[in-house]
Ligand binder design. Structure first.
Ligand SMILES: [Zn+2]
Length: 549
């Protein structure tokens, strides 16, 4: 028979309950909890009376319904003390459990299992004796400490994670975790203030419980929370979590740096929010390009701020600016068909690298083991009283963070394969974004991508100019230089297309050049790109691309 669940929420106006959550908050939390536990609520009971003495009307009504019910009943409440705080009411609940009228009790704040011990704990929680409550909370604390030592998250999952009752730990929420990671990336790139960051998260779909942007005060806490790199902060100490991190350690570090940088206030005029300010400089005098409204706000003009005095450049209107920027995007776009084939090619080459990786991963494993030993020694030194607590904690943090870094490298290794894969994939991702943006009006993203694909962005004689960096610059060369790709022979037949499939080395090749080293540093990760001539099979010279870190 299916268990029917009753929700009971209570808060009295008396002193004893000052610390207790409001009824609305209890309802929100319990409903959320029920949803996670997969529990359907049949009826909700709300009471605003103290539970110190027996005889609450709503509580009694609920008990009446439980006695009469033919189906087994479960109760959801914030904490046992919401249900009863005197021995009579508490006894009734226990009795109903004994005669199997109540088969389940669920509290988001209290772990209850229908064992003799569980029942005893429950009785204690119902009682009002301070000694027992203190003792109980001591037990709960001990439980929490034990969980943490096992690397489990002990309470409600933090933003971006969900509680998994099966593993009794947390795991990344498939959607929210990705949004959060994206947010961290943008913040690290200096795209946001704390204020714009929370609105950006909201725009991407990460909101507070009531669907509003995350509270201002909570934003910094999110950006500095070590849980996102897989650590558990507890009472000023960090513990190693056995759950999956959401954010890579180096990204997290970059965010911390950015936060530090932002904590030194700079003078900055917050004027209108024009989409492309801060992106371009004047080609003549080097001043930043700024924007202004004209004709009573009907038009936007971009122009040199002329801070250095004389400059002869005139303005570019908004429409023209957008058109030019989209043209730039079109230049670095990789056709969808290439992308598919390139990804397949990457996968193939990745597989080839597997054996090379073995020694590297062995090395990492050793390093991780060494850190474990180091940690062990450190703890002993501390326990023997040879080292001050502050120094101990600092050292412990260091070791833990280092370990996280190594573990991450270790994990990524299996995933990523060789080091060149990630940059190539990142390049494809940006190229894909560029393709989408060429027909979109998400100016924020357009600016973002334009920044990534080039350097020395400037405006000269109303023309937007930038030096497109490799490998983005290779795309246009390739597209211009090779007719093969614009359909060869038969009109786009599938077999033909397969025959002329781009190899990784093929797409990034430049006809006729024998050896060439592109201008480092390359795209995002400081790799140097080397183009090497490989004389073989095909008629056209093949040039191979190697990403090295
Ligand atoms: Zn100028």
């Amino acid at each position: 028979m299916i268990t029917k669940y009753f929700l009971y929420a209570r808060k009295s106006t008396e002193d004893e309950d000052r610390q207790v959550m409001s009824i609305e908050a209890q309802l929100t939390e319990i409903n959320e909890f029920a949803r996670r536990e997969g529990v359907k609520i049949a009826q909700t009971f709300i009471e605003s009376k103290s539970a110190k003495k027996p005889g609450r009307p709503v509580f009694n009504e609920m008990l009446g319904k439980i006695y009469e019910s033919k189906e087994p009943i479960g109760i959801l409440a914030w904490h046992p003390d919401r249900l009863a705080r005197n021995s009579v009411d508490g006894g009734q609940i226990i009795y109903l459990i004994d005669i199997c009228k109540i088969v389940s009790l669920k509290f988001p704040t209290f772990w209850f299992e229908p064992t003799p011990q569980g029942l005893f704990m429950l009785q204690v929680a119902f009682g009002q004796s301070k000694y027992y409550s203190d003792n109980l909370s001591e037990n709960v604390k001990r439980g929490i400490r034990q969980k943490i030592r096992r690397g489990e998250w002990a309470t409600l999952a933090p933003l971006g994670y969900i509680n998994n009752p099966r593993t009794r730990n947390i795991e990344p929420d498939p959607v929210k975790a990705r949004i959060l990671k994206r947010g961290f990336e943008e913040f690290a790139d200096g795209e946001h203030s704390l204020e714009t960051f929370r609105h950006r998260l909201h725009f991407l779909g990460l909101a507070s419980k009531v669907g509003k942007p995350i509270a201002k005060g909570a934003v910094k806490g999110i950006l500095t929370n070590p849980v996102y790199i897989g650590l558990i902060p507890h009472k000023g100490e960090l513990y190693e979590g056995k759950f999956q991190p959401i954010v890579p350690k180096n990204l997290w570090d970059r965010v911390q740096k950015e936060l530090k940088r932002r904590s030194h206030p700079r003078k900055r005029k917050e004027g209108h929010n024009f989409p492309f300010t801060g992106l371009l400089r004047c080609g003549e005098c080097g001043c930043m390009i700024t924007a202004q409204y004209a004709k009573k706000g009907r038009y936007i003009y971009y122009r040199c701020s002329k801070k250095n005095g004389k400059c002869n450049q005139s303005y570019v209107n908004n429409k023209n600016m957008i058109k030019q920027l989209k043209n730039v995007l079109a230049k670095v776009t990789v056709p969808e068909a290439w992308e598919v084939l390139l990804l397949a090619e990457i996968e193939r080459m990745e597989k080839e690298c597997v054996s090379e990786q073995r020694s590297f991963s062995q090395n990492l494993e050793n390093k991780i083991n060494q850190l474990d030993e180091k940690m062990d020694k450190l703890v002993n030194t501390f326990l023997d009283g040879f080292i001050e607590k502050d120094a101990y904690l600092k050292k412990k943090d260091e070791i833990l963070k280092m370990k996280v870094e190594f573990q991450e490298k270790y994990r990524d290794f299996g995933k990523k394969g060789a080091a060149w894969v990630e940059p190539v994939k990142k390049w494809l991702e940006v190229a894909r974004q560029a393709r989408k943006l060429a027909s979109s009006n998400d100016f924020f993203e357009i600016k973002n991508v334009i920044k990534k694909i080039g350097s020395n962005h400037r405006v000269m004689e109303k023309k937007v100019l930038l030096d497109i960096i490799p490998p983005f610059s290779l795309v246009s060369k390739y597209r211009a230089g090779r007719a093969v790709w614009r359909g060869s022979g038969k009109a786009g037949g599938a077999v033909k297309a397969k025959y002329t499939a781009p190899k990784l080395e093929d797409v990034l090749s430049c006809r006729g050049e024998k050896t060439r080293t592109s201008d480092p540093p390359d795209l995002m990760s400081g790799c140097a790109i080397q183009l090497r001539h490989i004389p073989n099979k095909c008629l056209s010279p093949q040039i191979y691309i190697i990403f090295q870190i």
